[in-house]
Write a protein that binds this ligand. Structure first.
Ligand SMILES: Nc1ncnc2c1ncn2[C@@H]1O[C@H](COP(=O)(O)OP(=O)(O)OC[C@H]2O[C@@H]([n+]3cccc(C(=O)O)c3)[C@H](O)[C@@H]2O)[C@@H](O)[C@H]1O
Ligand SMILES: Nc1ncnc2c1ncn2[C@@H]1O[C@H](COP(=O)(O)OP(=O)(O)OP(=O)(O)O)[C@@H](O)[C@H]1O
Ligand SMILES: [Mg+2]
Length: 275
């Protein structure tokens, strides 16, 4: 029978998931492998900086720490490189304390702050006459926030001869849960292939604060539902998304939702359509 679960293996390999990545020794090794990847990407591109937005969520906490470790190691080898952490709040961020805790943990070489509110509001104002109910307008504005953060990160990267880092991983990739050319746009994505629990394991292995390791994931883009858990939007728990990607048993209803979302968002994981 052709069930949704039967797509798990095909999707797992398309998203480069490694189900054997568990246990402290493997996680330690994986951290080293990903740091080497970041270092090699910097060296081979002859760039001198990494730029990443730090939200206070576990993905950017983990990605940011790997970046800082990579540039410190490069400097020890005589290659000059720095990590620029960006705070990109929309006005006052409700969980700013988590973002500050992430920065205290990462100890980035540089911190730059850009309040994206002015740019986002100015753009949205130009679309004030567009027909849309409040929920649709709020959703569209959420994507504008993510794309404005992308613009801010590339602006700094241009100034400092740097690369923009993304935090996409397999559990977000499978759901297409990112803004196309927003947080999905980057030059390197060092968390590629990880399921959410593996991201948390890496964060824990790096001694990230427990509150951040366990923090409920949120895109936090919508003002009508501040801090809305991702799982609410997915209609599926990350536990089930991870299990599906790892080839573990998942109820068929969850598998169906995941596969449906995966197929509908294929365009987000590909280059633009071309003749
Ligand atoms: N079949 C197709 N072939 C080629 N292109 C296609 C297409 N269908 C839509 N498109 C294009 O894609 C656009 C829709 O994609 P997009 O603009 O991304 O918008 P969309 O996928 O509708 O929304 C983004 C989703 O990602 C979530 N998100 C965003 C940012 C961060 C995070 C997070 O976890 O932190 C989560 C957000 O909450 C929302 O649910 C369309 O306007 C169109 O331009
Ligand atoms: N307020 C913010 N300030 C700086 N960067 C942000 C902000 N919001 C989002 N970002 C960037 O967008 C990325 C995508 O957001 P996403 O919510 O998926 O990750 P996260 O917040 O790090 O972790 P989680 O998914 O667990 O909430 C973040 O990793 C970060 O680089
Ligand atoms: Mg978040």
């Amino acid at each position: 029978m052709n069930t949704a679960s039967s797509r798990s293996s095909e999707i797992r390999s398309a998203l480069q998931v490694n189900p054997d990545l568990k246990g402290s020794a493997e996680i330690k090794q994986e951290i080293e492998r990903r740091i080497e990847f970041i270092k090699n990407t910097l060296r081979s591109s002859r760039t001198r900086a990494l730029v990443l937005g730090i939200s206070g969520g576990v993905d950017s906490t983990t990605g940011g720490k790997l970046c800082q470790m990579a540039v410190e190691s490069l400097r020890q080898e005589g290659y000059d490189a720095s990590f620029y952490a960006m705070r990109l709040p929309y006005g006052v961020q409700m969980d700013e304390h988590d973002a500050q805790a992430a920065l205290d943990f990462i100890k980035p070489d540089q911190v730059r702050t850009v309040d994206i509110k002015g740019a986002v509001d100015a753009l949205m104002q130009d679309f004030a006459s567009e027909q849309a109910d409040a929920a649709k307008r709020d959703f569209v504005k959420g994507n504008v926030k993510a794309r404005t953060r992308m613009v801010a990160q590339y602006t700094l990267a241009n100034f400092v001869n740097g690369l923009v880092v993304g935090t996409d991983h397999a559990a977000e990739a499978v759901m297409g849960f990112f803004t196309k050319f927003g947080d999905g746009a980057c030059d390197l994505a060092p968390l590629t292939g990880l399921v959410k629990d593996q991201v948390r394991s890496i964060a824990a292995e790096l001694n990230a604060p427990a509150d951040l390791v366990k923090k409920v994931p949120t895109a936090d883009l919508e003002e009508l539902e501040p801090g809305r858990p991702d799982e609410d939007a997915h209609g599926v728990a990350y536990e089930q998304i991870d299990a599906f990607l790892l080839g573990e048993p998942v109820d068929e209803d969850a598998a169906r939702k995941i596969v449906k979302q995966y197929d509908a968002t294929e365009h987000k994981r590909q280059l633009p359509a071309a003749p």
